[in-house]
Design a protein around this ligand. Sequence first.
Ligand code: HEC
Length: 244
Amino acid sequence: MNKKIAIFASVIGLMALQACDEGRLYEQETVIAPEGRTVTVKARLTGIASWPDPSMYVVVAGFNDDSDYALINKSVPAPSEEGGEVTVQLSGIKEQVTRVELCVINRLRKHIVSFYTIDEAQLAASNEIEVDAGTLNVGMYHTIQERVFNSTCVNCHGAATSAAAGLYLTAEKSHAAIVGVPSKKLEGMNIVEPGDAAKSALYEALSTDVTITNEWHYNHTAEVVDDGILAMIRQWITHGAKND
Ligand code: HEC
């Protein structure tokens, strides 16, 4: 009986030793020959908490130019105070990764929107890259304003002295002009109904051709062709349509 216990104990002991050994070996290996490259991104960030994690979240991620899906990614933590500095280290970046971004992905790891890109040439320069992405406002509404409203919508909605449908989508005015404001064009709907994209005229206009069933002159569906951007607008509405 005692003998059996002794054998048992030594087997456990051996296993433990082996486990330690493996641990040490592994550590040595990563020090001497790290698998893949390492990118360290430093940035001062505002607005990170506005993303509805885990539906969409801010990451440092590696992509191949042939695909919209991240091959490797690591969440970016919110800084301890708005505008504070965060550092994210992404290691094990394999050969097939052709760019690394500070960006937003969804729960399927699909690319939604990018804030900073390290391209193939920069990646090829070294196995250990450190970049400062600067000061970035990654807030969800700020992103919609910059990437959607400012880039196309303001051409008709507010850059001039008049705005189509009296709707101003310029930075200072847009939020107050859409959230909880009754639509002039789709009866019974608000332009944006916080929490309900299906009841929001803005989402309706961008996702379906409302000229067919309503008296609209302008079909808006060609305005936002990127389905990731459309999904971002939907998520923003679903998660309360906040102004950050
Ligand atoms: C080429 C001009 C043009 C562009 C660009 C444009 N719109 Fe419009 N928009 C209009 C017109 C015109 C109307 C009035 C409805 C109609 O007659 O088609 C309108 C109406 C709207 C309405 C309805 C307002 C209400 O009271 O219900 C919303 C919301 C809207 N646009 C959002 C957008 C957004 C968001 C973008 C950018 C992604 C955009 N529009 C880009 C011309 C434009």
